[in-house]
Design a protein around this ligand. Structure first.
Ligand code: KG4
Ligand code: ZN
Length: 341
């Protein structure tokens, strides 16, 4: 990625963009298997770097880049360390600064990115609110100014993506379960719209929907699905779709209700929805209903909803402009599994 400009009028150009999905390797475990993730990271990082430098036509330079950006948390520490160690070695070899970035800040910046070509970061109005929904996090982040973050609500137990994955597993769907549940739910939603009557109806709880804060809770919902499946026995395909639809409706209702409350209370002018679950069609449709003349809405393009390096590059560039000194202490960068915004 090539970046120019300051905080305002920053422009970016993607020179090359590669990723290596490990999803297939983790499918048999129904989730990320840490030791395997580390092994795969170690194996793939040098291969990806070679390929990317070649595509970007930077391979023959002594110092191909001016800055290296690396995620230092939150996440699985064993996997974060592989990236950090690799980035530190490169920074030393190329004699360039190293900037640590918070993965969740990356998700926020993902809404401005593109997979190819050039893009400008638009001027956004504050206060802004980010609904961050990923495999490990569910947060409402208030931003009174550029790069100023305050978590005003979060999940008290399971993250929303994690809940999608666990419920999908109960339904015998493949990992990652979010897209699978969404496919089933969307199929039935379309059918329901056409049909005049619906024969079966499952009802699941909407935990903390009317609590007086901006927090969420999803473990009760997950357990409710578990009990439902225990009571009805192995669900057939039709029942599976009905559970998926009701589950998705319940989750999205909780997310959107609390987001709407926060938008109102804080007089929000910009609403950002990001993280893997931001790829969810029903969430997008429901959040769009909150958009009006006073609120501008930002979602990442689908490819940048789930984890990617472009969002980390953008966040790293802005952090570098804001705090160049930090990069000088590259040796101190360490993986922090529970890093907060
Ligand atoms: O942000 P992300 O790629 O990784 C983390 O930082 O965790 O998010 C991954 C999560 C997974 O739990 C996956 O099931 C969920 O995002 N996800 C979805 C959809 N696409 C991905 N959840 C619901 N609907 C989707 N379409
Ligand atoms: Zn993520």
């Amino acid at each position: 990625m090539e970046a120019k400009g300051g905080v305002l009028n920053a422009s970016f150009k993607i020179l090359a963009n590669n990723s290596n999905s490990q999803i297939k390797i983790h499918i048999p475990y129904g989730g990320v298997y840490p030791a395997l993730a580390k092994r795969e990271h170690n194996k793939n990082l040098p291969i990806l770097l070679e390929k990317t430098l070649k595509e970007a036509k930077l391979k023959n330079r002594k110092s191909p880049v001016d800055l290296i950006v690396v995620t230092h948390g939150p996440g699985l520490e064993i996997a974060l360390w592989t990236g950090i160690v690799f980035a530190k070695e490169l920074a030393k070899k190329w004699n360039v600064p190293l900037m640590p970035v918070n993965h969740m800040e990356g998700h926020i910046f993902s809404v401005f990115g593109k997979q190819k070509g050039e893009f400008l970061i638009p001027k956004i109005k504050f206060p802004a609110l980010s609904l961050l929904v990923s495999g490990g996090h569910t947060e409402l982040v208030l931003m009174k100014n550029f790069m100023q973050y305050k978590i005003i609500g979060e999940t008290l137990d399971d993250a929303v993506g994690e809940t999608f994955d666990k419920v999908a597993r109960m339904l015998g769907l493949l990992y990652p379960g979010g897209p699978e549940i969404s496919k089933l739910a969307e199929f039935l939603r379309r059918k329901e719209k056409q049909a005049s009557e619906i024969s079966f109806s499952v009802t699941l709880p909407r935990p903390m929907l009317y609590s007086k804060n901006f927090d969420f809770s999803f473990s009760g919902l997950k357990t409710a699905v578990l009990y439902l499946i225990r009571d009805i026995g192995k669900p057939d395909e039709k029942t599976k779709a009905q559970i998926a639809l009701e589950f998705e409706n319940a989750v999205i209702e909780c997310l959107v209700h609390k987001t709407a409350k926060a938008v109102e209370k804080h007089g929000i002018k910009t609403l950002i929805v990001a993280g893997g679950v931001a790829a969810n069609k029903h969430l997008r449709n429901e959040v769009k209903k909150l958009e009006d003349k006073k609120i501008k809405l930002f979602f990442p393009i689908k490819e940048l909803s789930t984890d990617n390096s472009i969002m980390i590059g953008i966040a790293g560039y802005f952090n570098y402009i804001k705090n160049k000194k930090k990069t000088l202490k590259a040796g101190n960068i360490k993986a922090t599994g529970n890093l907060r915004l």
